[in-house]
Design a protein around this ligand. Structure first.
Ligand code: HEM
Length: 523
């Protein structure tokens, strides 16, 4: 009903709206048209409706009513309008997100915390994600990437196809394990109890009020299952936190000189903050406060969750786009030859000993950014507030936020013809264009990590990791997608973005089955 008031009260046009079924008929029509596979990621719906109804969406705003599945949504696709609820002001996260993560972290994680508590923890963790700290971790990351390369080599030898996303996710877990705890998780080679628990738990999170989720909501065993896996994860992390504390203290964290040891891993930063506040004695005397360990475990779980599939999907999509665009792949390889010499097998050792080389690869960064433009894994969802309106910079139209879930719909925004030249094409060169040049990227338009105070804390880690993986792999191997011939194509690819059960990030359909062929020195 809120949506029906928009035309009369604010002069805002809405899509044809049914009294009984809201906007469902419009969305159903989209799917019945046969042009849209039923499993496309929810974030493409705004984009698809905008294509179908340009007359209603030219300001980059679209209100939909999908009650009772979800609250009314305002899909926002204009950088200046996104600015007004993600950057200044930065509205609180949506209730749906909080409900989703409540049983998982009890809202003690950086994604769902708000206010002073969020600020405190963000400040504690920020130094762990600084460029300097991340560069010091590159040798560890390379070690994990070498395992990945070994698995790709075996795959090439066997000639079999494999699930690219799954392999990439195991790698990204291993990398986050190094960054957060300084520990090898070995997810790429052996079963890991924490990974299993996390994967199981995510299938029980509730993303909307759809029929499948209603069944989950009323399932009396759900709290028990969530509780069981939370226990598994507590059991996994607790000794590790104790180990980080011991290591930190042994390294002189509270030395007699009073100089704190330099923290390296993300968990050691939390430990440092805690010890500085609470403890002034030797390692043996440290009594761990449960509220502290609960908080650190919740944060670790969220780092693992937020950082693994987002980065892994981006890698899979990058491989797919490079296969589709051989001239870009050639340019990428050329840059790697120019910076690291023509022997690809030395790339790993070179970037391990000189990690700053990763900052001298503009085309590689352009490839990653262009991949994230076309396939942003997530968008930000905020809670609209009374009295907060978005004002369109050109038309002056005012858009209410109260009663709406405000969705910074990057998938739509990143493909908008009004904002980007050749929006549906893979054009890494746009990231090298200078101001005044046709392809130059408009301010605030690129937001895969969102912008503003709640932007992704892990963005530099993700970019560094992706650069290192591409540098080590693309000159040694050729990727080819291995989908069934009859698999549906959407927006030019069989690896279109979907949202799997219980997942919060878009990922390539079917995990992107692929085959590998070694080339160059790797043959
Ligand atoms: C390509 C990879 C990634 C993408 C596209 C991505 C995207 C995003 C986006 C859009 C947000 C804002 C979410 C919101 O407003 O609700 C976010 C937040 C966050 N991300 Fe990432 N992310 C990536 C990788 C990572 C990694 C590697 C980590 C950690 C190791 C991470 C940890 C987080 C955390 C903790 C937040 C919450 C930050 C805060 O509110 O202070 N992300 N990410």
């Amino acid at each position: 009903m809120i949506v029906r008031e928009l035309p009369k009260k604010y002069g805002i046009p809405i899509l044809p709206h049914s009294y009984l079924f809201g906007h469902f008929p419009e969305v159903i029509k989209l799917y019945l048209s046969g042009e849209v596979p039923p499993d496309v990621a929810g974030q493409s719906v705004g984009y698809l409706l905008a294509k179908k109804y340009p007359e209603y969406t030219k300001d980059g705003m679209l209100y939909t009513d999908m009650w009772p599945i979800t609250s009314p949504i305002a899909w926002v696709c204009h950088p200046e309008l996104m600015y007004q609820f993600c950057q200044d002001p930065s509205l609180p996260k949506a209730w749906l997100l909080r409900r989703e993560f409540q049983p998982f972290t009890h809202l003690k994680d950086l994604v769902t915390l708000e206010g002073a508590e969020w600020k405190r923890w963000r400040a504690i963790y920020n130094p762990g994600f600084s460029a300097k700290n991340l560069l010091s971790m590159v040798p560890d990351f390379v070690e994990e990437i070498q395992v990945f390369t070994g698995l790709l080599r075996s795959l090439a030898k066997s000639g079999e196809s494999a699930n690219c996303l799954e392999m990439a996710m195991n790698l990204t877990y291993d990398v986050i394990g190094r960054a957060t705890m300084g520990e090898r998780l070995h997810c790429q080679t052996i079963p890991n109890s924490f990974k299993k628990a996390l994967n199981k738990q995510t299938t029980w999170v509730i993303t909307d009020n759809g029929p499948e989720n209603i069944l989950k909501m009323i399932n009396p065993f759900r709290p028990l299952i969530m509780g069981y896996y939370n226990k598994v994860m507590d059991g996994y992390f607790f000794p590790r936190i104790k180990r980080v504390i011991a290591e930190y203290l042994n390294a002189g964290g509270k030395s007699s000189s009073g100089h704190a040891a330099k923290p390296k891993t993300i968990t050691s930063l939390a430990v440092k903050a805690y010890l500085n506040e609470h403890v002034s004695k030797a390692a043996d005397d440290v009594r761990l406060d449960k509220s502290f360990t609960d908080m650190v475990i919740a944060q670790l779980k969220m780092f693992m969750l937020a950082g693994h599939d987002t980065t892994a999907s981006t890698l899979a999509f990058a491989y797919m786009l490079l296969e589709q665009n051989p001239s870009c792949l050639a340019a990428l390889r050329q840059e790697h030859d120019a910076v690291l010499g023509s022997d690809p097998s030395t790339a790993g050792t070179q970037i391990s000993s000189s990690p700053h080389l990763l900052n001298a690869l503009p085309y590689t960064l352009a490839v990653i950014k262009e991949t994230l433009r076309l396939f942003p894994p997530v968008g930000s969802v905020r809670e609209g507030q009374k009295g907060v309106f978005l004002t369109h910079p050109d038309t002056g139209a005012r858009y209410p936020t109260e009663h709406f879930m405000m969705f910074s719909n990057t998938f739509w925004e990143h493909r908008s013809e009004l904002l980007w030249k050749r929006p549906e094409e893979f054009v890494p060169e746009r990231w090298l264009a200078k101001e005044g040049e046709e392809l130059h990227v408009r301010k605030h338009a690129f937001r895969p990590f969102e912008l503003g105070p709640r932007s992704c804390i892990g963005q530099e880690l993700a970019l560094l990791e992706l650069k290192a993986i591409l540098v080590i792999t693309v000159r040694e191997m050729e990727i080819s997608l291995a989908y069934d011939e009859k698999a549906p194509v959407f927006l030019g690819t069989k690896a279109y973005q979907i949202m799997d059960r219980g997942q919060v990030a878009g990922r390539p359909k079917g995990g992107m089955p692929f085959r590998v062929r070694m080339v160059g020195n790797g043959k």
